[in-house]
Write a protein that binds this ligand. Structure first.
Ligand code: UD1
Length: 464
């Protein structure tokens, strides 16, 4: 993974000689910190760098504030392409994925500024409808600019995202559903070029309730002429959050959060202020942490109604979890029972929870069979858990996890965000030290992760 000089400058508060797209609160040269030149690029952090040392921890207690949802805010940021003017997003997590999306918007000509958890996005009249390879490669979710660009600008040039540890990740449903609204695509040199003079509403039945395809289609259909119906739509809470922002911008979307979404196209949208929903995957991660360590913790701001199936599963495994006015209360004795897990589209158990649950099962009593139904791959972290002594066998998209009383700390590598989280969870129940490299991946999806963990009693240290 490579960092651009501009992003690097922004993260380090140094002067790269280029305009900086996102200001974090006041500029770095506000008098308190004088500008300093950037170090040479090879010295900079990437997701593959950064290390965490985790030691056995138990009896956790306290409160963890849950940040805004990464998988929601990235799409809400893309939605700002749909209306000229000043958009304001609140409860925005401080993540490298958000910085990357801000950089993509900046590359298109929008101006993104951050002040604490608030992002202000100025969308000028003219923008450059292009998502360069460098940014799409860094963050696949960049593909969601396709729908809004076609709907608002009438053209888009977006790099084709590659595969990752999740396996081959096609975008055929995104393209087919946008084509049915009237867009036309050609592809060459690794880019998809799309055109649409005027999109027209139609009925679309998705082959699979894809989150990204539903979002792209939704953001295109809001400005199409006539009515669009999406059947077999994804039902994730992040889709409902996107529709709620679009409706407040003037769109007419009914049924988001269910399998059938109906969109009556409008001629124009206007900017709004919107507050991002809490991150259910961050909340799930802290539930898993409490589950293996034992203790009593409140997840401030978390929404139990977005995590029903997971909460039921964790109950079966021996945890006690209830919604409270502040968020979610969780208690565990650190003694877990195994259960079988099958990932499914929402409201099923999310595929993003799976690495967390596998890490829990490695130290639970009994045998758990885990079945992945969403992505082909996503097992690389399992060989790392095995290096820590876990008893896991994989066969196709199944994993059989036989629980043992304790793992054994070892040097391991995080291959993606949730894989990194799984290794932290494992490290909490491993004898000795677990040294996790590639910890930069965690910063893509977790805000102040090690700090929040320390606040509730986890023994974790960050190394450069
Ligand atoms: C989003 C989430 C990701 C989560 C996933 C499933 C973001 C940024 N990411 O990813 O964290 O794990 O939902 O809940 O929100 N597919 C196709 N063709 C397509 C599109 C998808 O075959 O055109 C397949 C995928 O390969 C996969 C399945 O559909 O097997 C689901 O993918 P999808 O729901 O689209 O996931 P993302 O939106 O990429």
């Amino acid at each position: 993974m490579s960092w651009s000089p501009r992003l690097a400058a922004r993260l380090l508060g140094c002067t790269s000689g280029q305009e900086i797209g996102v200001a974090r609160g006041k500029p770095a040269h506000n008098g308190r910190h004088a500008p300093h030149p950037c170090p040479p690029l090879p010295a900079l952090m990437s997701s593959d760098s950064g290390r965490l040392v985790v030691r056995p921890s138990e009896g956790l207690h306290g409160e963890v504030p849950i940040a805004g949802a990464k998988n929601s805010v990235l799409k809400l940021m893309a939605a700002t392409v749909l209306a000229e003017g000043t958009h304001v997003l609140h409860n925005v997590p401080d993540l490298t994925d958000v910085t990357d999306m801000a950089e993509l918007l900046s590359a298109m000509g929008l101006v993104v500024t951050r002040d604490g958890a608030t992002l202000t996005i100025e969308r000028p009249a003219e923008i450059v409808p292009e998502a360069p390879y460098e940014l799409v490669e860094r963050m696949r979710a960049s593909i969601v600019v396709l729908g809004p660009l076609l709907a608002k600008v009438g053209e888009a040039r977006v790099a084709v995202p590659g595969g990752d540890d999740f396996g081959h990740r096609p975008i055929d449903m995104h393209l087919a559903s946008l084509e049915s609204l009237g867009a036309r695509f050609t592809s060459s040199h690794g880019f998809i070029q799309g055109r649409a003079d005027q999109l027209h509403g139609t009925s679309v039945v998705l082959d699979f309730p894809s989150v990204g395809a539903t979002e792209n289609l939704l953001m295109a259909a809001v400005l199409a002429k006539g009515t669009t119906t999406i059947d077999n739509a994804a039902r994730e809470p992040e889709i409902a959050d996107l529709a709620s922002m679009l409706n407040r911008m003037g769109a007419q979307v009914v049924g988001a959060g269910s399998s059938t979404i109906e969109i009556e196209g409008v001629a124009e949208l206007t900017p709004v202020e919107h507050t991002v929903i809490p991150d259910r995957i961050e909340a799930a991660t802290f539930l898993a942490v409490v589950g293996v360590a034992g203790g009593e913790v409140t997840l401030l701001g978390a929404r139990a109604d977005h995590m029903d199936m997971l909460i039921q599963k964790l109950g079966t495994m021996g945890m006690r979890i209830s919604p409270t006015p502040e968020g979610i209360w969780a208690m565990s004795k650190g003694e877990l029972r195994s259960t079988d897990i099958s990932t499914l589209p929402y409201p099923g158990v999310a595929t993003d929870y799976k690495p967390l649950l596998v890490a829990m099962l490695t130290v639970a009593e009994g045998i758990g069979i885990v079945t992945e139904n969403i992505f082909g791959g996503r097992f690389r972290y399992i060989s790392e858990l095995v290096r820590m002594g876990a008893d896991i066998r994989t066969e196709g998209h199944h994993a059989v996890v036989r629980g043992i009383p304790a793992l054994s700390g070892a040097p391991v590598r995080a291959s993606d965000i949730r894989a990194g989280a799984a290794l932290v969870i494992a490290g909490i129940r491993a004898e000795g030290e677990t040294l996790i490299s590639g910890a930069g991946h965690l910063d893509r999806g977790y805000e102040r992760f090690d700090e929040k963990l320390r606040d509730i009693g986890v023994d974790v240290t960050r190394l450069p």
